[in-house]
Write a protein that binds this ligand. Structure first.
Ligand SMILES: Cc1cc2nc3c(=O)[nH]c(=O)nc-3n(C[C@H](O)[C@H](O)[C@H](O)COP(=O)(O)OP(=O)(O)OC[C@H]3O[C@@H](n4cnc5c(N)ncnc54)[C@H](O)[C@@H]3O)c2cc1C
Ligand code: FES
Ligand code: FES
Length: 1357
């Protein structure tokens, strides 16, 4: 090691990755670990999903030697936030380091594959590492040794290990099962479907990690006592080992006045603040002993500011164990339990307590820790120069921001003991409780509001009433600068006997105290939840029949759905699941639930995505500059000189389109969309320019800092809503052949009705794709004006054509290659084209390779997403609920360019017709607005159609005061009405399985019994209500022609090319099975299963196989299979004479021998097709149904999906494991749409939900607690590929059952409000918006429900 001039300092940064030592002497200290791993090592498994600590795709294991305890510590970290210099002396393990295809996969990889727990695979490496971190640490615990091959991890820990990792494909259930398979307390029989034989445990790859626990090369254990003083004169990383050293560093720096200094511990704040300007000096505080220790004394516990959240949790728990149990322990226990919910495990492992408090104090971060510690009456120690100061946390928060010379040194939480004065009563109690209302409980979400309450209580004589002797009420995160104590409320309550009236007074005062600053989102909701928290805390005590005698110190422990862990009460996550299907052996190995092709490679991180392809020499990186104005003249774009302009190679705009080229960025059958705005921007999010720089980081910073000069003079007002578009007749044309047909006579139907609802409205908003791999491309110029582009696209053929048009070359000059896509969901169809085209144009102009990995924010702003809609309807119906007529006026917000929007009317209507509406009439307008053009998203238009149908049914049911599910049932189609509504796709009567599904699901889900139980539950529970709902789906799909080619190589191995792209949907796996089946028909003496091993599906290459089309609409797998089947048929025909000849000559013919002979005899062993069903049979209907049960918390609006049962008709599934994954994944993506995901915009139409902080897709803790899926095998289907049916998109629609069940629960809440005399606002007809996020649900349950309850109580008692 190189020694610096200062004794004991190193000028070389040393660390190891997967056992390989790295020594660096020149690093920019702002470099993150992920940047280094992905650009300077071969370890590409570390994926960039968000860059802000919110997704877990980049998780790695960090191991370091703790010389105080003399042990190696292992913990997970997010490599996107961890600074490279902070890992001096550490060892990093990525998933490739656990195992790989050369050295053998790790059991984690094999079990992820065997449990069918990967789809696109982009989240998988991070998932594996999160699980591995939990396994390693569980094995270090002192519990009894577990049996060989089994870890000490518990099932709950296994589930929790991945609570902070996002997956957009699988719906989590199989991932949870893969993780739980390692748990010591699990019975394999209870786990979900997997490929390991349940009777032979030996087939499950055993986990033996004990010897590998350390993961730290020996050379690190002795070598790293020196601090790192690293960098050049300009850029420095300093690691002081004592306060004195820190003081002198700060003094020198402050006096030099040139440095931009940052004190740093975990650097996790970078995920929130995303500073664009880098500092030149970083001072790492972790090596100052006082900052990193936890001390306990008789008056409290002191936690050093640099102590990580994880260590603080352990410290607080340890403190409870060491002390003889006292009432004060409850404070520490509760704080520890709350800290568990902060961020994610990998953030808790590096984020410090002090860092959090400084963020709260200096930068108004909505901190939980500040609120908790305020409630606990904590103090902080601040060191400025050589002076120390101790102040209460309350005072610290109120002060001006901590200056650059001061360091927060520690926080002290005092021990709370009940005062045993002369007047103290024996039955005094200390109560401490903490609260947070957040979209996700454990899956990383900031709170809308949080609170920590402490109370000293005693009982008031024989009356049983409770006296509040003292209380501390802290509220935070609700939209003020920092957490506060509600002093006035405390004063009001202190010394009072707790009665309903006192509580009512206090609550009204809270409402006036917890007031968010103007401009905070959901202001009223936040205040209302604060009220709910106080009511939950004190409400039981105001009831003399409860009193403090029954006041359980851990009150939540009694609740259902909570589970006692070690010292802490955890909400249970996914508790059980069931997967049911029938195996179909007729077309073996088609129909087998074989493991997804390449699953282990995805888990080990070796699967290559576009951004994993090594950069060619001189490769540049691009980033889009987008407009922030909806309609304006663009006068100029200036790249900010601060943003490393010397490393910027170009700014590409429409002016750079070469002669002969066109400003085109995407194209569909409806026309092109420009690549760049010309002199005018037409929407916020419009692409204005493409800045090209040496690195992705530099390009991103340059685009963020670019200054766009807009001119708004004489520019007309933009159209930002469908109402504006309607008023100004701004519409896109829908070709007549795409416009759906009406059914029956609306006026006649209305005349037959007993009841009507007139001009009711439903509005639905957008959804973002949130593919884990954002848009990406790499363009490499080739000889003679040719170009090769690697694109993560669902339609390389169209990317190809767009590029050729843009740069003005013949199409044969362009080659687009797509191997796999890290999640698409429709977002990598049209929207992938401008990304690849911009790279191609830049590469063409600059004559250098250019690549891009679009950052998450830009991706979210430019994506467009699902089409928002406004629907106005009038409906007539009988008193039985039978609908006689319906008319709809639909306004679709298509955004600024056509994209695929003209298909919206037909898509919407195809699914909307799931019920027999009697007569159906409609007018659909596709509106052109000044917003980013909307594009196809999984179930485009269909999800909206299905949901609107349910909203109408719900409205009818409310009007008639009957169960909505009865209205559904009575309006389900007969086969005759189905033919009327779906003339082109209704099929034979035996193919119509919806009624069967509906009845079967009612039985398997025990719908009737559970409905009774729900009614009973609602009677017995004041603040929790449940709802249950059953929803059907009828979804039309269209099969399109697809090309395929099968080639047999000399050794008998088989190469297959198909038009379809592997997006994670299992297309390759099904195609492989089909190839083995269809080639197997040659009937050699080789098993089809062996043939399976010989097949490889290769990347799509648009010059090798043309006319690939779009991978979309759920049917590409089956059409690719059919194309391959036909190719195989040709090959089998060619091979058959030779095979017969050989058979006669030799008796037995092995596959390899046949192929060798065929090669020798010049048989053409490559066959290709381009085929699809004829027009009369290219459409068919799919059917499914789901029952969901939801519980709503009326105090917070929080929802818990207790159970979902899905039954779906897959025809004869080509691969039930793959189809189960599609059904579950789609359903959970639908839960996101209906319950969680708010894709918000500002008043200019610019997307404001632009990252993981604001956009919340489901996590493992938000999916159904019980999740059962059954595939109905519905026998022979004429015209379908081996009788199979599609399932990629339709199950997403079934997630509306969750929304409908929530609505049912809300209805019960409103009925209760009415019973309290609130008839004014809370009638039976209400609109529960999509998504039904917590504030929306709470609004419908009554933002003032607590006050109304107390008022009613006061009046009636
Ligand atoms: C994905 C994610 C989710 C999160 N969720 C939550 C949540 O739900 N609730 C919640 O409360 N928090 C949450 N956080 C915040 C998290 O707790 C903080 O980011 C973390 O604790 C900060 O610690 P750090 O060591 O990483 O700070 P750093 O990033 O290293 O530093 C933060 C700031 O404090 C300064 N600083 C650090 N230590 C000191 C010191 N001792 N003296 C003076 N200045 C100092 C630094 O200069 C910097 O300005 C989340 C964070 C992430 C990334
Ligand atoms: S990329 Fe690091 S957490 Fe998302
Ligand atoms: S498999 Fe998890 S994101 Fe695709």
């Amino acid at each position: 090691m190189e020694e610096g001039s200062e004794t004991g300092t190193s000028k070389t940064l040393v660390f190891a990755v997967n056992g390989r030592k790295f020594e660096l002497s020149d690093v920019d200290p702002s470099t993150t670990l992920i940047e280094f791993l992905r650009t300077r090592t071969p370890f590409k498994s570390v994926k960039l999903g968000c860059g802000e600590g919110g997704c877990g795709a980049c998780v790695v294991l960090l191991s370091k030697y703790d010389d105080i305890v003399g042990k190696v510590e292992n913990f997970t970290v997010s490599s996107c936030l961890t600074l490279l210099c902070s890992i001096h002396g550490c060892s990093i393990t990525t998933t490739e380091g656990l195992g790989n295809s050369k050295d053998g996969f790790h059991p984690i990889h094999e079990r992820f594959a065997g449990f069918h727990a990967t789809q696109c695979g982009f989240c998988t490496p991070g998932m594996c590492m999160s699980l591995y971190g939990a396994l390693v640490n569980a094995d270090k615990t002192n519990g009894p040794e577990s049996a060989s091959g089994i870890s000490k991890l518990t099932a709950f820990e296994a589930e929790k290990a991945i609570a902070g990792n996002l997956c957009r494909c699988t719906g989590y259930r199989p991932i949870v099962d893969a993780c739980k398979s390692f748990a010591v307390d699990i019975d394999m029989e209870d786990l979900g479907f997997n490929s390991f034989c349940k009777t032979k445990a030996s087939r499950m790859p055993l986990y033996e990690n004990k010897q590998g626990i350390s993961r730290l090369p020996e050379f690190f254990k002795s070598d790293f006592k020196s601090n790192l003083l690293f960098g050049s004169e300009k850029l420095r990383w300093l690691t002081p080992k004592a306060f004195l050293e820190l003081d002198s560093m700060l003094k020198t720096i402050n006096s030099s006045r040139v440095s931009q200094v940052k004190l740093v511990v975990g650097n996790t704040s970078a995920g929130y603040y995303k500073e664009l300007e880098n500092c030149d000096t970083y001072i790492d505080l972790r090596y100052i002993p006082e900052l990193s220790c936890i001390r306990q004394d008789p008056v409290g516990i002191e936690i050093g500011a640099a102590v990580t959240i994880s260590k603080a949790i352990c410290g607080l728990r340890e403190a409870c164990r060491i002390e003889s149990p006292s009432e004060g322990d409850i404070v520490w226990k509760k704080i520890a339990a709350h800290l568990e919910k902060i961020g994610t495990k990998f953030i808790q492992n590096t984020g410090s307590i002090g860092g959090n408090l400084v963020m709260a104090q200096r930068a108004h971060f909505p901190s939980d820790i500040a609120t908790l510690l305020l409630g606990a009456g904590a103090f902080v120690n601040i060191r400025s120069g050589t002076t120390y100061e101790t102040v209460s946390l309350e005072e610290f928060l109120e002060r001006p921001p901590l200056d650059s010379k001061s360091v927060l040194s520690s926080v002290k939480i005092p021990i709370r003991e009940l005062k045993k004065g002369r007047n103290s009563r024996v039955d005094s109690k200390l109560l401490f409780e903490t609260y947070r209302a957040a979209p996700r409980d454990h899956g990383n979400a900031l709170a809308y509001v949080n609170a920590a309450f402490l109370a000293e209580l005693s009982s008031c004589g024989s009356s049983g009433e409770t006296v509040l002797n003292k209380c501390v009420l802290a509220f935070g995160a609700y939209g003020r600068k920092h957490a506060i104590r509600a002093r006035e409320v405390e004063k009001l309550l202190t010394g009072r006997v707790l009665t309903i009236r006192v509580l009512y007074e206090a609550i009204n005062m809270v409402k006036g105290t917890v007031v968010p600053e103007e401009g905070t989102s959901r202001e009223a909701y936040r205040s209302s939840v604060a009220v709910g928290f106080l009511f939950e805390f004190l409400g039981p005590l105001a009831d003399a029949t409860v009193g403090i005698s029954r006041c359980n110190l851990s009150s939540k422990g009694a609740e259902e759905n909570y589970e006692e862990g070690d010292h802490v009460i955890y909400p249970r996550m996914l508790s059980s699941s069931r997967q049911v299907f029938q195996l179909n052996k007729d077309y073996h190995p088609v129909g087998e639930p074989i493991v997804k092709s390449g699953a282990s490679l995805q888990a080990s991180g070796e699967a290559v995505y576009v951004d994993d392809i090594p950069s060619p020499a001189n490769c540049l990186h691009g980033s889009f500059i987008y407009s922030t104005k909806p309609l304006a003249r663009v006068k100029g774009i200036q790249v900010n000189p601060k943003s490393h302009s010397n490393r910027i190679s170009g700014l590409i705009t429409f002016k750079d389109i070469p002669n002969g080229g066109k400003n085109v960025g995407s194209m569909t059958i409806f026309g092109p969309e420009p690549l760049f705005a010309d002199d005018f921007t037409r929407c916020a999010g419009d692409r204005l320019a493409f800045v090209v720089a040496d690195t992705q980081k530099e390009a991103d910073v340059a685009s963020r800092l670019a200054i766009v000069n807009y001119d708004l003079e004489n520019v007309e007002a933009p159209i930002l809503t469908v109402e504006d578009a309607f008023a100004r007749s701004s519409f896109f044309q829908v070709p007549p052949f795409l416009y759906p047909k009406e059914v029956g006579d609306f006026s006649k139907g209305m005349a037959e009705a007993d009841h009507t609802i007139l001009s009711a409205e439903v509005k639905i908003d957008s959804q973002y794709y949130f593919y884990m791999e954002s848009q990406t491309a790499l363009a490499v110029p080739d000889e003679d004006n040719c170009i090769v582009v690697y694109s993560s696209s669902q339609c390389p053929e169209y990317v190809h054509a767009t590029i050729a048009q843009c740069i003005g070359v013949p199409e044969h000059n362009v080659r687009v290659i797509t191997r796999r896509v890290g999640g698409g969901f429709g977002g990598k169809a049209v929207k992938s084209m401008p990304v690849a085209t911009a790279c191609a144009l830049a590469a063409h102009v600059l004559r250098q390779p250019v690549r891009i990995y679009v950052n998450r924010k830009t991706d979210m702003i430019m994506a467009g997403g699902r089409h928002p809609m406004k629907i106005t309807y009038s409906v007539g119906f009988k008193s039985t609920g039978k609908i006689t007529a319906l008319k709809l006026d639909i306004l679709v917000d298509a955004g600024i360019y056509t994209d695929i929007s003209p298909v919206m009317p037909s898509n919407f209507m195809a699914v909307f017709r799931k019920y027999d509406w009697g007569a159906l009439s409609f007018d659909i307008k596709v509106c052109k607005t000044n917003t980013v053009s909307r594009s196809a998203m999984r179930g485009p238009g269909e999800v909206q159609g299905s949901y609107v149908a349910e909203a109408i049914i719900e409205n009818i049911a409310s009007t008639l005061s009957v169960n909505a599910d009865c209205v559904r049932k009575i309006n389900l189609h007969t086969h005759d009405s189905l033919k009327l509504f779906h003339p082109a796709s209704s099929g034979e009567v035996q193919e119509y399985t919806l009624s069967l599904l509906w009845e079967k699901l009612a039985l398997s889900s025990e719908y009737s019994q559970r409905r009774e139980m729900v009614i009973e539950f609602n009677k017995c529970n004041l603040w929790k209500k449940r709802g249950i709902s059953s929803v059907p789906t009828v979804h039309e799909v269209i099969v399109r022609p697809t090309p395929g080619r099968v080639s047999i190589l000399r050794d008998g191995s088989v190469v297959v090319e198909v038009g379809g792209i592997e997006l994670g949907q299992g297309l390759w796996t099904k195609v492989k099975q089909m190839t083995a089946f269809a080639l197997g028909l040659i009937k050699c003496d080789t098993l089809e299963i062996d043939l399976l091993e010989k097949v490889r599906i290769i990347q799509a290459d648009t010059l090798s196989l043309i006319q690939g089309g779009f991978t979309a609409g759920s049917t590409t797998s089956e059409s690719s299979c059919e194309a391959v089947r036909l190719c195989c048929e040709i090959l089998v025909e060619r091979l058959r004479p030779l095979k017969e000849k050989l058979k006669t000559e030799m008796g037995s013919v092995q596959w390899e021998m046949l192929i060798q002979q065929a090669h020798m005899q010049a048989v053409n062993l490559s066959a290709s097709t381009y085929s699809g069903p004829d027009f009369s049979s290219n459409r068919y209907l799919t059917y499914g149904a789901a029952v969901s049960e939801v519980e709503v918390n009326l105090l917070t609006g929080g929802t818990t999906i207790l159970r979902s049962d899905v039954l779906y008709d897959c025809g004869r599934s080509l691969n039930p494991a793959v189809d189960l994954g599609q059904i579950e994944g789609a359903f959970v993506q639908g839960i996101g749409y209906f319950m969680l995901e708010e894709y918000t915009r500002n008043s200019d139409g610019l997307v404001t939900s632009d990252g993981t902080w604001t956009y919340k897709i489901p996590t493992v803790d938000t999916i159904p607690k019980e999740f059962n899926v059954e595939i109905l095998s519905s026998g022979h289907h004429k015209n379908r590929v081996l009788s199979s049916k599609a399932c990629g998109e339709p199950p997403l629609l079934l997630a509306s059952s969750v929304h409908c069940a929530t609505r049912a629960a809300v209805r019960a809440a409103r009925e209760q409000l009415q019973s309290w005399g609130c008839h004014d606002l809370y009638g039976p007809n209400f609109n529960l918006e999509v998504p039904a996020v917590m504030p929306t649900v709470k609004e419908q349950c009554g933002l003032d429900n607590v006050e109304r309850y107390l008022k009613w109580k006061m009046c009636t008692h």
